[in-house]
Design a protein around this ligand. Sequence first.
Ligand code: HPA
Length: 265
Amino acid sequence: MSAAAEVVRSHAGAAPVRLGLVLGSGLGGLAESVQEAVRIPYADLPGFPVSGVSGHAGEMLVGRLGGARVALLAGRAHYYEQGDARAMDAPIAALKALGAEAIALSNAAGSTREETGPGALMAISDHINLSGANPLIGAEGDARFVSMVDAYDPELRARLRDIAEGQGAPIAEGVYAWFSGPSFETPAEINMARVLGADAVGMSTAPETILARYHGLKVAAVSVITNYAAGMTGRPLSHVETKEEGARAATRLQALLTEFAGSFA
Ligand code: HPA
């Protein structure tokens, strides 16, 4: 049962959506590509977070992207806002209730790798949860013991890779480490993350992937590398810089996700 899905159907019609999308920091431009879009503010959707982070709009769009019927979440709530790792539970449950088979998550992330610099896109192959939090704490029953093997669906990842290559803009692939934020990491934390096998670091996506697997959605996820992680350049990190680099790479992310959505038509 998703009360929010009922509200969405009453506005946008009962036809099932094929794919859900979640847009990260500074990556909201894709919303403009949704055709015949019905826009519903999070404030009208029961259980949805009302996010205050700059660069996040906070509305659901239902319409066509690349020819497929999609529901797009422009604006996500982060664990660091209220200390609630479950903040995106209602939106993700709503996508499932609306008929989505899969969810495409995007985020802005820092790279721990010299060879993958600002402006690169990276398909997430796995994650490391360094936050100490889990969105399923408090959930009941055996369903909470969700397998996280191949949580980032290998077939969808191969599809992303093929589409990117076809568009002449190959993407990297790697492991994403979830830090709680909102402070950026220390250089020592980044060295640790690299040693542990993280290729990118960020403050989102992992909880949504856990929730999506819990709700039975396949997951594809792409990081937009906005900066080298802390300690790699000798300069401090800034949220403004993150948003500016995100905007530049966003055009390529939009082309990638539009064609990816089309593969669900
Ligand atoms: N660290 C954490 N989150 C981020 C970063 C980073 O370097 N860049 C963009 N989001």
